[in-house]
Design a protein around this ligand. Structure first.
Ligand code: SAH
Length: 213
């Protein structure tokens, strides 16, 4: 299957029906072929609105969740964005069309290597991918205008809050992995942090340390 006009129309229709209204986000979702980020058997389901398995026992998120998180992040063209949880690289590719610069980190070097190869093929030159424990952020590149975490922590990690600019926004799922998690948006103001609860979600857990592969 290819991301042809018919597939795109259905894909965008599904996103709109789930509440994705931001036209800049919809146009980024239209530009990136999700099929490029999925290998093997599941590739034929790339344009369906469902999470799918990728290497290292991880998942590529559901497209509507990627789009709703991106919408909640309110990314601008001058923004420097950090993503924790590269996974397949799909979310980073969407962000690369909206932001000035995207840093993405994953604890599995194999996922980082595969994502870099796709970024090269798609000529997404404003993304830099690192193998690291993303709960510590990226101190060398901080502070960030926007931070998105695509694995669930019990609470927003302190180093990530510290690496958010004043006026910056972070979107992340919080809660234990086997119970209901909530997507929250954290906005940093001069005087502190404001928290908005957005919707229930289900993500793989944010795990400490580096993966074995
Ligand atoms: N955003 C991805 C999906 C992420 S799945 C996509 O678009 O495909 C969650 C990812 O978070 C997994 O790849 C997992 O390895 C990673 N992860 C979990 N804990 C992490 C940590 N502490 N630091 C960095 N990455 C982590």
């Amino acid at each position: 299957m290819s991301f042809d006009a018919e597939a795109k129309m259905q894909f965008l229709f599904a996103l709109r029906s789930k509440g994705v209204t931001d036209t800049t986000v919809l146009s980024a979702m239209e530009k990136v072929d999700r099929g490029a980020f999925i290998r093997g058997y599941f590739a034929e389901r790339a344009y369906e609105d469902m999470p799918l398995p990728i290497a290292c026992g991880q998942t590529i998120s559901q497209p509507s969740v990627v789009a709703l998180m991106t919408q909640a992040l309110r990314v601008g063209p001058r923004d420097k964005v950090l993503e924790v949880g590269t996974g397949s690289g799909y979310q980073a590719a969407i962000l690369s069309h909206l932001a000035r610069r995207v840093y993405t980190v994953d604890r599995h070097r194999r996922l980082v290597a595969a994502s870099r190869a796709v970024f090269d093929t798609l000529e997404l030159t404003n993304i830099t991918a690192f193998t690291a424990d993303g709960s510590f952020g990226l101190p060398d590149q901080a502070p960030f205008d926007r931070i998105i975490v695509t694995a669930a922590a019990e609470d927003p990690p302190g180093p990530l809050l510290a690496q958010l600019k004043i006026g910056g926004i972070m979107v992340l799922p919080v809660g234990q992995s086997d119970t209901v998690q909530h997507l929250i948006r954290v906005t940093r103001h001069e005087g502190g942090f404001e928290y908005d609860e957005l919707r229930p979600v289900r993500f793989v857990p944010l795990v400490e340390g580096l993966g074995k592969d």
